[in-house]
Design a protein around this ligand. Sequence first.
Ligand code: KIV
Length: 314
Amino acid sequence: MSTPPTATGTASIERLPMTLPRLAEKKRLGEAIVMVTAYDFPGARVAEEAGVDLVLVGDSAGQVVLGYESTVPVSVDEMLMLSSAVRRGLRTPLLVGDLPFGSYEASDEQAVATAQRFVKQAGCDAVKLERGGSSVARTRAIVQAGIPVMGHVGLTPQTATALGGYRAQGRTAERALVVARDAVALQDAGCFSLVFEAIPAAVATELMPRLQIPVIGIGAGDAVDGQVLVFHDLLGIGDGMAPRFVKRYAELRGEMVGAVRAFAEDVRAGRFPKAEHTYSIDPEELSGFRAGIADIEGPYPSSSGSSTVARRQT
Ligand code: KIV
């Protein structure tokens, strides 16, 4: 039986790294594209092993790992730290870094400088920025500087306040046309791919024939070329309400709380650690140590005169 051709070569244990031509080829072959977000090294290892095509270090990090109310406060330095950790955990998926709010809108120069930091300092393969409007010119500038750009239209969380909140976009003919114009303008500006977030499936379906680049949806139906979910949403790690477009594939938070609680109970009940969790020392060495420790006086006096032990206890 012959193996069907795929954009990443014939099925083999060693997957080839995802590239922009391979991504475009996946679209041409009608192969679904899979993207997840990741924010740290273990998350990246999971994404790598699960065989996803793209990993996005989304500024959703602001809410799911940094505890902000929205994505707006996220800084470039925070994103670079998270992106670098993800880079160290990835080999095959294409790594996309999300440019945070306020790091690219002011000028083409600002946009290019920020995108360059994501590539040079964090090792990202590409960057993502939100909206149409001024982001179209910023996209063109970044692409001209040699950095691939993913666009993002529909619900754009960085400007959710201006959009009337975290709600689906393009639900009137007028608003759907705004999404359509933004998508086509971003494609023309050189985006290699687009994210459609929270738009009616029927609007996405109408738009797809107008777009030659891969479109990855999140709450945009199944007519798009691929799907993305936030890591913590799909694994059930967060404790808030998930948006309508989320499908949970696990409920890890309950398991995590249960495991930490069991640890706490074991420690308090003296059930942990046991012999198998401790290190041994040769009996002769132990005798020598016991003889030697008699000469060591303690507790040590601190500079203020009170002992370290006493200070810890207060
Ligand atoms: O920040 C993010 O995680 C995103 C995805 C939802 C596409 O932009």
